[in-house]
Design a protein around this ligand. Structure first.
Ligand code: IVH
Length: 490
């Protein structure tokens, strides 16, 4: 009986593992090969951790194609393949629970530090904190100071030869500078596009009636994987160096920061945000400062990276599976998440402007639970082809109101339906009017419309108006609902 139960149980686990593997592989393929993100990092990581936990309990059920058994991307064949002498590994991720405001908030970081301090038998460790560039990992190989190869990460062991495109990147040294040039050098870093340059690129696309690019990361990735190097040459790509994978034997470094400065002297851009931190508390400070000014940076980052500064400690800690133990990526809360549109409702503003709002399945975005996302106006719904029932990417960047970035068309079923703008106001039943040439639809009810009435009075009483204490949104709502006031005057 027990055996029967066990085998039944195991079948369920096996199925669960299979599903996780399939789904994660799907996301990996989309991300690494098609340069498309179908899931946010946090949800991906949750699924990945679940798989790791199940595989640890049932090692006999580990599938050969499990993403835990490889580094990521698949190598596609349009380029020459190059084996990495040193594998291009990934980093383990940690997250903070930003909705909590106590010492548990940064638990995962505290545990990371405690674990490696214990392993090295030290009380505290010095780290270098850097920003985590949201771009494409590239390895550059130099011989006698001359750039020979530029290779993508591929599956971590074999990458694609994209030297022709790498050569077009202006800030990558083709010949190293400085006094001390190693015979062999392999430098790793990230190729990305600055926000300004990306916006300019998209402006040009619009002017030429061409497709608008989704985000800088995917555009950078797409540019690097073109056969025609003229395309990469026309894109404003930039390279930041973050590590030395391989160097001629006579170069010995004591610390990671020394390595970074060495790279700088050779002509590489190492960025402005590398900071030596004397202990893990300084890492928390770095994390919080960087998160707060995330949107002031000129390029996209998706977290910060910590590395143990001392190289002999790095060597002692070594690697486990597909990641180093001396380094970790501390991810920011995703500003994008996947959810489903359950309904589209109308919100009537103070001036009668009618805004369609998507009622979505509640989801955590940027550290906050979101259940409404603005759809701006009818044209936006049409442009983005948004339908009720669609799975969508919800975006909440900084202080911006949550919005729908795009529809995940791959997940669309037959059960979706188009939104039709009604001709009457849902609040007061007055006609909705949209003037020719305008994008905004308005309710014609004026102060007859309760929504306009409430918001006019609230605005009148607010700090911008008479600044009447205690006369907030909730109070006004009640006063209007009980017919006690009708407009700002009476
Ligand atoms: S160190 C063993 N430093 O993030 C890999 N990586 O999620 C050591 N990345 O594969 C990498 N910014 O492509 C490092 N400042 C930074 C980084 C960084 C972005 C990328 C890199 C890595 C991935 C891991």
């Amino acid at each position: 009986m027990t055996d029967l139960f066990d085998s039944h149980d195991k079948k369920i686990i096996a199925k669960q593992i299979q599903q996780l593997v399939d789904e994660l592989n799907n996301y990996n393929y989309a991300y690494h090969t098609l340069d498309e993100s179908l899931i946010d990092d946090y949800s991906y990581d949750q699924m990945y951790r679940k798989l790791v936990a199940l595989e640890a309990l049932y090692p006999e059920l580990i599938l050969a194609n499990s993403p835990t058994q490889k580094v990521g991307g698949e190598v596609i064949t349009k380029f020459k393949q190059i084996n990495h002498q040193i594998p291009m590994l990934s980093l383990n991720n940690i997250f903070s629970n930003l909705t909590e405001n106590n010492e548990n908030k940064h638990n995962e970081l505290i545990q990371f530090n405690a674990r490696i301090c214990k392993e090295l038998e030290v009380d505290k460790l010095e780290y270098v904190a850097s920003v985590k560039y949201d771009g494409v990992a590239i390895s550059l190989i130099y011989k006698n100071g001359v750039l020979k190869h530029g290779v993508t990460r591929g599956n971590g062991f074999t990458g694609e030869d994209v030297t022709h495109n790498i050569r077009t990147i202006k800030n990558i040294p083709k010949v190293l500078s400085g006094q001390s040039i190693p015979y062999t050098l392999e430098v790793r870093g990230e190729v990305l596009i600055f926000n300004d340059a990306f916006n300019k690129l998209n402006q040009e696309q619009i002017e030429n009636n061409l497709k608008v690019y989704a985000n800088p990361r995917n555009t950078a990735a797409g540019s690097i994987r073109q056969l025609d190097s003229n395309i990469a040459a026309s894109r404003p790509l930039h390279f930041f160096a973050y590590s030395i994978a391989n160097i001629s034997e006579d170069y010995l470094f004591k610390t990671y920061i020394e390595q970074l400065n060495f790279l700088k002297n050779l002509g590489f851009d190492i960025g402005l945000y590398n900071q030596v931190c004397p202990d893990y508390k300084a890492l928390i400070e770095y994390f919080e400062n960087t998160l707060a000014k995330r949107h002031e940076l000129p390029f996209a980052i998706d977290g910060v990276v910590y590395k143990v500064n001392q190289i002999d400690y790095q060597t002692r800690l070594g690697f486990v599976m597909r990641a180093p133990r001396f380094s970790v990526a501390h991810k920011f809360p995703a500003e994008e998440a996947i959810s489903q549109i359950m309904n589209i409702e109308l919100q009537v503003g103070r001036t009668g402007a009618v805004t369609p709002v998507a009622k979505i399945n509640p989801v955590s975005v940027g550290g906050v639970i979101v259940s409404n996302a603005t759809l701006h106006n009818q044209d936006e719904i049409k442009r983005k082809d948004i339908q009720i029932g669609d799975y969508v990417i919800v975006r909440r960047a900084g202080d911006v109101i949550p919005e729908i970035a795009r529809v995940i068309l791959e997940k669309r079923t037959d059960n979706v339906r188009k939104f039709i703008m009604p001709d009457k106001c849902p609040i007061c039943n007055s006609h909705l009017i949209r003037l020719t040439g305008e994008t905004i639809t308005r309710c014609s009810g004026g102060l007859f419309c309760d929504a306009q009435k409430k918001q006019s009075i609230t605005h009148f009483a607010s700090k911008l108006g008479l600044n009447i204490d205690g006369m907030g949104e909730k109070t006004v709502e009640q006063l209007v609902d009980y017919n006690l006031i009708n407009n700002p005057a009476y």
